[in-house]
Design a binder for this molecule. Structure first.
Ligand SMILES: *Cc1c(COP(=O)(O)O)cnc(C)c1O
Length: 381
């Protein structure tokens, strides 16, 4: 059983074929439609800008660039994330301040953020770990008090809610979703930058495509077609192709069904694993939605088996699993650049040493969950 598997249907395939046959394969009408549909999914009004990009990494880079992050600045994020969250800060020559998590939620700890703020701090970069919303009311309040930007890494958070509102509409400066192969919807590779800030949106759109004042599709479809454009900055090549957007249009339509299935599977895991020496994943607050990108358990201290041995046993039983994440403070680049030690991140370190992500994807059945649970029970013996 694999750890993750995308669910691509006939509608997606037909839409990709239609893009291929249309003669327009790069950024064009299907990307524009995907952006509009994404805004509609978020319940958008005119003021919400959705900007399709070829990865969440690209979207995070564009958002930080557009809010003016640069050399001398510091951006605070969680150590318990994928390196993409933090590397984009380094692309811009700014520094990363990694902080610890709240062990209850595995999300960035607002108190740790507050303690890490210096006069150089310019932005906060929370991650909605596993699909559970970070404490956005607290994070936005800290940002307001200190005059900081907030960019949300929402790679796991489609569809996640906080206080009943969807991530993407919570009032931060920008939110970035991922459509990587194992995320809750996929375009193979892709992402979406969402913002209410018109200036940020304008800058990100220009920087998405070489710093060009008008993109190829605008020029091609203008009432008076035009070959002219201006380069206003040394931009990037971060646009999403129509081939990828064709997948996204239908993945998005299926998202409510995908979400129900993920909820069902997570509940089946909770029931099947109850009573074992495991700490089960934290739940969303009452009335809120957990996107269930990941189902992460932590071995109890009396589990009787070290985590690495536990994973070997699951592998031997044919069960794919993973660890999210090897915290950034343990990776040579981050450790050495900032002289980091595990003792600076006790909660992340403690969780990392005990955690395992079990398979969770929409094509799984409840019988698959039972099979994983049997293998977990056997591995704990
Ligand atoms: C997947 C992921 C990313 C990067 O997404 P891409 O679309 O692959 O660039 C960033 N942050 C987190 C937390 C992720 O899980």
């Amino acid at each position: 059983m694999p750890f993750a598997l995308p669910e691509i249907g006939d509608e997606e395939i037909a839409e990709v074929v239609s893009a291929l046959k249309s003669g327009w394969v790069t950024t064009g009408p299907k990307t524009a439609q995907f952006e509009r549909d994404f805004g509609a999914f978020l319940g958008a009004d005119e003021g919400l800008h959705c900007i399709a990009v070829n990865s969440a990494t690209a979207g995070l880079h564009l958002a930080l660039e557009a809010v003016g992050i640069g050399p001398g600045d510091e951006v605070i994020t969680t150590t318990h994330t994928f390196t993409a969250t933090a590397e984009v800060v380094r692309y811009l020559g700014a520094d990363v301040r990694l902080v610890d998590i709240d062990p209850a939620t595995l999300n960035i700890d607002p108190a740790a953020i507050e303690a890490a703020i210096t006069p150089r701090t310019k932005a906060l970069l929370p991650v909605h770990y596993a699909g559970l919303a970070a404490d956005m009311p607290a994070i936005l309040a800290i940002a307001q008090r200190h005059g900081l930007k907030v960019i949300e890494d929402a790679a796991h958070a489609l569809p996640t809610t906080s206080g009943g509102r969807l991530v993407g509409t919570l009032g931060s400066d920008a939110t970035v979703f991922s459509f990587y192969a194992n995320k809750t919807i996929t375009t193979g590779e892709g992402g979406m930058l969402v913002t209410r800030d018109a200036a940020l949106a304008k800058r990100a759109k220009v920087m998405r495509l070489h710093g060009m004042s008008r993109d190829a599709f605008d020029r091609f479809t203008a009432t008076v077609p035009s070959w002219t454009y201006e380069i206003v900055a040394p931009g990037f090549k971060y646009n999403l192709t129509d081939i990828a957007a064709a997948l996204g249009i239908h993945q998005l339509r299926r998202l409510p069904g995908f979400q129900q299935q993920r909820e069902r599977l997570a509940a089946a895991y909770d029931a099947a694993l109850a009573g074992l020496p495991l700490r089960l994943p934290p739940r969303a607050l009452s009335g809120d939605t957990h996107a269930w990108h990941l189902y992460v358990v932590r071995l109890a201290d009396d589990a009787g088996v070290p985590r690495d041995r536990f994973i070997e046993r699951l592998y031997a039983a044919g069960i794919g699993c993973s660890v999210h994440y090897i915290p950034l403070h343990l990776h040579p680049y981050w450790r050495d650049r900032y002289a980091l030690e595990p003792s600076m991140f006790p909660h992340s370190q403690h969780a990392y040493e005990r955690m395992v992500s079990l398979p969770l994807y929409t094509r799984m059945t409840e019988a698959d969950v039972a099979r994983v649970a049997d293998a977990v029970r056997a591995a704990l013996r």
